[in-house]
Ligand binder design. Structure first.
Ligand code: TMP
Length: 230
């Protein structure tokens, strides 16, 4: 029997009734929603509380498939089905080599994008329904189900504005307005119709508020889990 004790250093966030003692929380949203900044701040907050935290991101910049996506996708060199295939292969690598070891160590893993991104983005390019793409991940590569999927929700206009505003080179393949409208729509449909544990946050709130909301929901979830295991 494990308990999560909040407020002491060297905490191991352990949960019962699952294959791994750690927790998996995912941040999703269209480009410019602020996932990466939120991920970093939440990780810092949880680390300061004494938790062991790992941040993972997808596509990775480690596997050969992730590297290929990062190199070729911005050039528009990949067909939609090649892209889908690479995202799933990269994820399979990430799960086996990074996610499972971290969860086995009892870490809180924060994922900056996961298979819900493939559902939302690749449904708009391949013509497959997002639910089929989620299924390919859940059944095809046995992708681990997150404890919570946070959807940082923002309009395509605002997201694009933020991306452009931060001075990044615009990614021709991914950051087009009309596509982001469709991607957002797919995320919100998932929240309504998929069985995952989603939590939607208005990402137009100031960063500090979004961080605080994500952090308190994570802590609430872990406390609840600890209570159930008593
Ligand atoms: P990033 O901005 O989070 O680094 O992600 C790079 C782009 O990759 C982003 O526009 C979303 C896209 N993407 C997909 O199209 N499918 C996926 O499965 C993932 C993980 C990302």
């Amino acid at each position: 029997m494990h308990r999560t004790i909040i407020g002491r250093r060297t905490l191991v966030a352990q949960k019962t009734g699952k294959d791994y003692p750690g927790y998996l929380f995912v941040l999703e949203g269209i480009d410019g929603a602020g996932k990466t900044a939120v991920c970093r701040s939440v990780a810092q907050n949880l680390t300061e509380m004494g938790f062991q935290v790992a941040i993972l991101r997808e596509p990775t910049d480690e596997s050969k498939w992730g590297k290929e996506i990062r190199r070729r996708s911005p050039m528009g060199e990949l067909t939609p089905s090649e892209e889908l295939d690479l995202f799933i292969k990269d994820r399979d690598w990430n799960i086996r080599n990074r996610l499972i070891p971290a969860l086995k160590d009892g870490k809180i893993v924060l994922m900056d994008r996961y298979f819900f991104a493939t559902g939302a983005y690749q449904s708009t390019s391949t013509g497959l329904h997002w639910s089929e793409i989620l299924k390919k991940n859940r059944e095809g590569i046995a992708a681990i189900e997150p404890d919570i999927v946070f959807i940082l929700d923002i309009s395509a206009e605002e997201g694009l504005c933020r991306v452009t505003g931060r001075g990044c080179e615009t990614n021709q393949q991914f950051e087009k307005h009309d596509r982001l409208v469709e991607v957002r729509k797919a995320y919100l449909e998932m929240v309504k119709s998929d069985w995952g544990n989603y939590f939607v946050i208005d990402a137009t709130f100031p960063l500090k508020e979004v961080v605080s909301l994500v952090k308190s929901e994570i802590i609430r979830f872990m406390k609840e889990n600890a209570r159930k295991s008593l």
